[in-house]
Design a protein around this ligand. Sequence first.
Ligand code: GLU
Length: 373
Amino acid sequence: MTVTTLSGLRAAKRLVVKVGSALLIEQGRAREAWLATLAAEIAALRKGGTEVIIVSSGAIALGAAKLGLAKGGRGSLADAQAAASVGQVELARLWSEVLGRHDLIAAQMLVTLDDLEDRRRYLNASATLERLIEAGAIPVVNENDSVATEEIRFGDNDRLAARVAQAAQAEGVLLLSDVDGLYDRNPEDTDAKLVETVEGVTPEIIAMATGESTSGLGSGGMLAKLQAARIAERAGIALAIINGKHDAPIASALDGGRGTLFLPQGDESARKAWLSGRLAPAGVLTVDAGCTEALARGASLLAAGMTEVEGDFRRGDLVTIFGAKGERLGQGLVEYTAEECRSILGLREDEQAAKLGYAPRAAVVHRDHMVRA
Ligand code: GLU
């Protein structure tokens, strides 16, 4: 799928919809009527064949109001953590209720930066998202602010949404904001023009952002949105900033409305971009000729075709894959530890359980977690 216009996102198989605190909450209370219309839009997307993952802010703002904390709970890290604990309960209830009216099941997923940056945890988070969607639920993701410390925080849900989109191999991200999109200068300036399409987040584009959130409720601001756009574009994911203040924000933006669309800059799938981007291999797997051919056809690496295991790695580590003649075939995230790999080397699936002590996984390196050389 190549997205070149906002309406092109209608064809996405999987979309991440990020909702900010400023839209969800007004004077410490949830805007339930608006939320209900958004849930109806999400239900409509689902009916149209688009799987949806929600990234929802609002925990800190809701909790702060309930606890009576100053500065919307953002006065100190301890306040934000406490507010998030209280507010997250309410946030989950709200989503569960509004989605439930459309017979949709809300699934809460709280993640920290490490969950999406660390390879092992990334595999876990991505598997959980996959399973939830497959089971028919709508994941509602937020940062686990109650335990996240300053050093390990995303801090804003814009970047979190882009990372979640990578982990879930989504084709698009919709950042619902309280502005129409990116303006070429301070939007308060009467000459300011909305930038409709961005082909690559360049320093010039970054210079357009003021970095200020108009509402003061969320922590995002335009700069965080541009950082999110950068993560998305590199991963081959389209990202749009649209105005969530309308009653049916998704439809009004996607059906010929306004917004800023950041075009994908890479054509690798999300997970693969992440894979090729940031890891140093921890081990080497060598495979036989049959397996080499299978990998070239796009198959997963199975234990039966594995002939040698080098290195000391853990589940989720990056390994390099070599063929029998020493040719480099690619790299991927391994589903087993080095020791487990050695124990199932050359074995067919039905022979593996006895060695592993549990039912084997679908592959040693799944094709979704592999980039070929
Ligand atoms: N995770 C925060 C919350 O739920 C919001 C982060 C943001 O403002 O983007 O309140």
